[in-house]
Design a protein around this ligand. Structure first.
Ligand code: ZN
Length: 151
């Protein structure tokens, strides 16, 4: 397990579409472990593989309710709407208001290669949307309706 370097805005890796994971081999398991370490070290709520320079569809999330590992995640249902402050470990110190669905169901593989579905509301729904956007090279800044001034 190791802390990986988080890339920031301006690095082209953040604008690229990630490839699906075809085989959950030791490299992917190590990536998941390192991403969790990196997430906890950073104090963020979510981290996508391109943020550590890896163009694979892998995400880790923890909204203080335990670690969620997602391989090849996709949104299969979204409903409602919420508007709240959002930031990104790859754009440190910048926060803006972003409207997202309030309830989101994802389907993904776990580290054992088993398909599961998970529904999140509020912050978890926001984290699903934010992190899955990273896998398609999209960042939250394009969705900000109003930037929040920080000292
Ligand atoms: Zn982000």
């Amino acid at each position: 397990m190791a802390i990986r370097n988080i890339v920031t805005v301006g690095d082209p890796v953040l604008t690229k579409k990630c490839r699906a994971v075809e085989t959950i081999d030791q490299r992917i398991l190590d990536l998941l472990d390192d991403m969790a370490d990196t997430l906890y070290e950073s104090g963020g709520v979510g981290l996508a593989a391109p943020q550590v320079g890896i163009l694979r569809r892998v995400v880790v999330i923890d909204i203080d309710e335990g670690l969620i590992e997602l391989i090849n995640p996709e949104i299969i249902h979204a409903e409602g709407e919420q508007t709240d402050a959002e930031g990104c470990l790859s754009n440190p110190g910048k926060y803006g208001m972003v409207t997202r669905p309030n309830k989101v169901t994802i389907r993904a593989l776990n580290r054992n290669g088993e398909t599961f579905e998970l529904t999140g509301e509020g912050l978890l729904a926001r984290a699903f949307c934010h992190e899955l956007d990273h896998l398609d090279g999209k960042m939250f800044m394009s969705l900000v309706s109003e930037w929040i001034e920080t000292e």
